[in-house]
Design a protein around this ligand. Structure first.
Ligand SMILES: Nc1ncnc2c1ncn2[C@@H]1O[C@H](COP(=O)(O)OP(=O)(O)OP(=O)(O)O)[C@@H](O)[C@H]1O
Length: 320
């Protein structure tokens, strides 16, 4: 298909419009409009923000109360089977049978998704190797550590060669080193295997590291959706440190205000200056020269994803 200018029209991986899920006591999703493209997308929000509900609706497992959603162009309300053949799902909770080996489970689920036995075996062996379970794949999963269980859940999500995987809290319960390993795997799935990934977490720092794009939910509403780099880019302020006569920082602060800029004390003896336009940094530099002060440093102040929550008020999300 081509757009008006002759450019190919790219179907979003996920698109929701006014998506609402009301339970008797709580509205889990509240008129959610969100679009997810290729690459790795982090879906972040506090416990109860609606992440798992969104995933279940996208899989066609739970009906929405109102609104609509499409996954890889398919309507979740009517094309759940088509969606599930194209999408892998790693559930949040421990749902693995304890008396079955990872190999048997992944082969079985490969067959369930339509692969012949020999192909399912081959594919299971590949995905179990990719997730780092080559050695232990014939052991029953009841004896697995949490990290190994998470890997087995990831492997079964990949066995049918999906175009999109929905990973619900893949780092849940993992120690820091296993968490790093899991996040590297998530990144690898998106980057090397070219599979679109939607990964949820309430640990914000993790998503900064592995996601191209971050969607933030708060009480079922969209708080923010943007490229991860935008979260990390300058907040629109400069941190300035000067050296010179006594109270140099105050002197400069007042001069900046007199020059029409907004300036306030920041950590240490630094001053934070709001960037008004492309000339703000030059103006700060010129003022320090005029005042006879030495400019020790001037740097952009960087945002972290956590700041979104401070502004947006989703207080219980934990930074790592
Ligand atoms: N089947 C259900 N019946 C009633 N309420 C539900 C049901 N499933 C979820 N909820 C409620 O909907 C809200 C959103 O839950 P959801 O599990 O989607 O959040 P979440 O962001 O995935 O959080 P968590 O990480 O804790 O799972 C919560 O208040 C939850 O209690």
């Amino acid at each position: 298909m081509e757009g008006a200018e002759g450019a190919p029209v790219v179907t979003p991986v996920i698109e929701t419009t006014g998506l609402t899920k009301a339970y008797p006591r709580v509205t889990a999703l509240d008129h959610l409009d969100v679009t997810v493209g290729a690459g790795v997308t982090g879906l972040v929000g506090a416990n109860g923000a609606g992440k798992s509900t969104l995933i279940k609706i996208l899989l066609g497992l739970v009906p929405a109360t109102s609104g609509s959603a499409r996954v890889l162009g398919h309507d979740v309300a009517t094309e759940g089977t088509a969606i599930r053949s194209l999408v892998g799902y790693m559930p949040e909770h421990d749902c693995l049978p304890s008396d079955v080996s990872a190999s048997d489970l992944v082969v079985h689920l490969g067959q369930m998704s339509g692969l012949p036995y020999a192909a399912a075996r081959e594919r299971a062996s590949d995905v179990l190797r990719h997730v780092g379970l080559a050695e232990e794949r014939y052991r029953v999963m009841g004896g697995y550590s949490t990290g190994m269980k998470q890997r087995a859940k990831l492997a079964q999500a990949l066995v049918h060669d999906p175009r999109l995987v929905l990973l619900d809290e893949p780092t849940n319960g993992l120690d820091p080193s296993s968490r790093d390993d899991m996040l590297s795997l998530v990144r690898k799935i998106g980057e090397e295997f070219g599979i679109a990934v939607l990964v949820t977490s309430h640990l914000l720092g993790e998503l900064e590291r592995v996601s191209d794009h971050v969607v933030v939910l708060d009480s079922g509403r969209l708080l923010r959706s943007s490229a991860t780099s935008d979260f990390l880019h300058a907040t629109g302020s400069l941190l300035v440190e000067v050296q010179g006569p006594h109270d140099a920082d105050r002197l400069l602060g007042q001069a900046l205000v007199d020059a029409g800029l907004t300036a306030r004390p920041a950590e240490g003896s630094m001053i934070e200056v709001e960037v008004r336009d492309d000339h703000t940094a030059d103006l700060v530099r010129d003022l320090t020269v005029d005042l006879g002060l030495g400019l020790v440093r001037m740097q952009e102040r960087h945002h972290r994803i956590e700041d979104v929550f401070r502004e947006g008020g989703a207080g219980s999300v934990q930074p790592v």
